[in-house]
Design a protein around this ligand. Structure first.
Ligand code: NAD
Length: 285
């Protein structure tokens, strides 16, 4: 049976992309955040993104943004999630925040609802321990920007059942996405490598070995990467990068994951990257 209604927890960078992708593929979405202001910003961003896409795809059937937006219920009321058949959680990358969310939704949602964690680094097995349904917890590490990325790194926790994996694959297929299934480990495959690379690039900047532009240009021109590590950090969000590298550091107890002091300073100064206009580069917000 097709999954019709999906609950999306967290309406930041990723919650916006996941909700848009679901609504564009005809799902009903319940998008939840703790702040009305964040939800209003999410509504506006989704509308702008759809119009922008239509412009570039020269969609001649007119502006579909209102129809797509009408499939999304924007709310701060957790109890609406009782109607969702599947939950995708995209809240802030902090264990204590996620733990509280999973404990709450575990009591609100029907017993057969699957919860997918869109986390950068927190082990899925740890997330499952906050619920009474560990077999129905899976990792769905979407890439940013979600509507444009065809593959999702999908993570099997210690207790994740085969049935849960099949349901998750089906939902991703409905969203037009494939999955690469990996076993659980802090940071999984992608971020165990990427977070180290970004952190080391910030150390290079801190040590004045090169400017941000030079560091990024080396990766783009020499390795053919579409974006350099510091541009990628700005796209992800420097706060999310710092929280993720801190989780890797704490999980492996290995000094190679110690966060760069410059990264910490930038986050303390409120320089989060694209999402608030200033990171390693400056953006129009
Ligand atoms: P973000 O900071 O842009 O958004 C997080 C949102 O969570 C905020 O809107 C915040 O208000 C909300 N939130 C906090 N506590 C909440 C609660 N109790 N209930 C509901 N909402 C709550 O972060 P993001 O970049 O969207 O990242 C979200 C998750 O996705 C993180 O776990 C992150 O590691 C992961 N992720 C991020 C990226 C990326 O490129 N940014 C990529 C893959 C995965």
């Amino acid at each position: 049976m097709d999954i019709k209604t999906v609950g999306v927890v967290g309406a930041g960078v990723m919650g916006i992309g996941v909700s848009q992708s679901l609504a564009q593929n005809s799902h009903q979405v319940i998008l939840l955040d703790i702040s009305e202001k964040v939800l209003e910003h999410a509504r506006q961003e989704i509308k702008n993104n759809i119009r922008f896409q239509n412009f570039f795809t020269k969609n001649e059937k007119g502006d579909k943004s209102e129809k797509i937006i009408s499939r999304i219920t924007f709310s701060t009321n957790y109890h609406l999630l009782a109607d969702a058949e599947f939950i995708i959680e995209n809240a802030t990358e902090k264990w204590l925040i996620k733990k509280e969310i999973y404990e709450k939704i575990d009591t609100i949602c029907p017993k057969d609802t699957v919860f997918a964690a869109n986390t950068s680094a927190i082990p899925i097995t740890r997330i499952a321990s906050a619920t009474q349904r560990p077999a129905q917890i899976i990792g769905m590490h979407f890439m940013n920007p979600v509507p444009l990325k065809p593959v999702v790194e999908t993570i099997r926790g210690y207790h994740t059942s085969e049935a849960t994996i099949q349901i998750a694959k089906k939902l991703l297929a409905q969203m037009g996405k494939e999955c690469i299934l990996v076993n659980d480990s802090p940071g999984f495959v992608s971020n165990r490598v990427l977070m180290l690379t970004i952190n080391e690039a910030v150390f290079l900047l801190q040590d004045q070995v090169a400017t941000a532009e030079e560091i990024d240009r080396i990766f783009k021109t020499c390795f053919g990467h579409k974006m350099g590590p510091l541009e990628t950090a700005d796209l992800i969000g420097l706060d999310t990068i710092l929280f993720s590298i801190e989780i890797l550091y704490e999980s492996f107890n290995d000094s190679k994951y110690r966060p760069s002091p410059l990264l910490k300073k930038m986050v303390d100064a409120g320089l989060y990257g694209r999402k608030n206009g200033q990171g390693f580069y400056t953006y129009n917000t």
